[in-house]
Design a protein around this ligand. Structure first.
Ligand code: NAP
Ligand code: G4F
Length: 345
């Protein structure tokens, strides 16, 4: 009998990679989709087409992380072996504008699912994965960050995820539910949302190369992130839920790069050699050859409180799960730039 996986956030970047991966492993996959006024299934449309032809066991159910009754019904109908809770208002900058909504979806949402597992008597059967985040480390207390590094959240998003992180541990200890946190550092891909900095920059570099845009405006160039590839990280999620015991794991590459390096790398792929002039909000990035301004700063992309540096140590995941990332920072930016260049051409 194949296992059934329920994925919330199935229409997102990770939901799409995870669906593809679990289907390849022989799982039946059921995804939770929220109502939108226009179709929000672009990333998973190829899977839906295959499902319609009966080629893969992939189905969608309507639900929303803010709606306990609906989530309860979905669990009752599917009785999944594994739940991957990936749904979230996942944009850190946006969480400052929608703090209460972010807390509801990202903080209370996981609690609603865990409590449905408990009240439906699924504690013995259903394993639960929570998409926790390196944003929990925030104003970092230690470098690199491990599972034992103290947290210091710096946004409504991170505070909501902190509540969810401890709720997972509480439901594990109180009710014996196999519930685990994956503390994942940033992971990217051609399916990344276009307002996250990697995708925004690779798209802009491709558009400028093609003459479709003049320049790009960004925020903090000196923030550093540990960027991996989403395809590697969803394999880690599966390993976390199939470990011998429920536990919490950091998934990271162990390398950190600044937004400035990201911009230089993407523009180099577009054939520009960037030089920087000025400082603060007056800093600009110019093409060395032509002197054309390609990058400028717009303070609207700054955050009221910033996470300046993230760099993870995934030794525990490597030792216990045998997980290690395969793709490098350069591989990821190259793949994303090429995808955007082809799509815009
Ligand atoms: P994403 O692309 O933004 O996808 C988020 C998903 O959540 C989408 O399917 C979205 O649906 C859904 N969603 C949002 N609000 C919802 C609601 N109220 N009810 C039901 N579904 C809702 O995010 P991602 O990059 O794949 O990340 C997946 C998870 O990992 C998130 O929880 C994120 O916070 C966490 N995380 C991500 C990273 C990273 O670097 N990517 C790192 C650490 C942790 P729509 O398509 O309709 O918007
Ligand atoms: O790409 P970002 O928006 O990702 P951020 O804030 O690190 O959050 C992502 O990773 C988290 C894991 O650590 C996830 F939990 C979360 O769901 C999300 O997937 O910003 C990265 C950095 C920030 O320091 C930001 O200030 O890039 C800086 N940045 C500079 N200019 C910009 C921009 N970020 C965005 N989005 N847009 C800019 O123009």
């Amino acid at each position: 009998m194949s296992k059934t996986a329920l994925i919330t956030g199935v229409t997102g970047q990770d939901g799409t990679y995870l669906s593809r991966y679990l289907l390849r492993l022989g799982y039946r996959v059921c995804g939770v989709v929220r109502r939108a006024s226009l179709p929000n299934t672009a990333r998973i449309d190829p899977l839906l087409a295959d499902a319609r032809e009966g080629k893969i066991p992939f189905a969608l159910m309507s639900g929303d992380m803010t709606d306990s009754g609906g989530l309860h019904r979905i669990l009752e109908e599917t009785e999944p072996d594994e739940i991957y809770n990936l749904a979230a208002q996942s944009h850190v900058r946006v969480s400052f504008d929608t703090p209460e909504y972010t807390a509801d979806v990202d903080g209370l949402g996981p609690l609603r699912i865990l409590d449905a597992i408990r009240t439906l008597g699924l504690a013995e059967k259903t394993r639960f994965y929570q998409a926790s985040t390196s944003e929990l480390f925030g104003k970092v207390r230690q470098n690199p960050q491990t599972e034992t590094t103290p947290f210091y959240p710096r946004s409504p998003y991170a505070s909501a995820k902190l509540f969810a992180y401890w709720t997972v541990i509480n439901y594990r200890e109180a009710y014996g539910i196999f519930a685990s946190n994956g503390i994942l550092f940033n992971h990217e891909s051609p399916l990344r949302g276009e307002s996250f900095v990697t995708r925004k920059v690779t798209r802009a570099a491709a558009a400028i190369k093609l003459g479709l845009a003049e320049k790009v405006s960004v925020g903090n160039l000196d923030a550093c992130r540990d960027w991996g590839h989403a395809a590697d990280y969803v394999e880690g999620m599966h390993l976390i839920l199939n470990a011998e015991k429920a536990d919490d794991f950091v998934l990271a590459t162990g390398e950190t790069h600044s937004v400035r390096e990201l911009v230089e790398t993407a523009f180099h792929l577009a054939g520009f050699d960037l030089i920087w002039k000025g400082s603060g909000i007056d800093e600009i990035g110019l093409d060395r050859k032509s002197g054309r301004i390609l990058v400028e700063i717009d303070p609207k992309f700054f955050r009221p409180t910033e996470v300046e540096l993230l760099c993870g140590d995934a030794t525990k995941a490597r030792k216990i799960l045998g997980w290690r990332p395969k793709r490098t920072f350069r591989d990821i930016i190259e793949e994303m730039f090429q995808f955007d260049f082809d799509a815009l051409s």
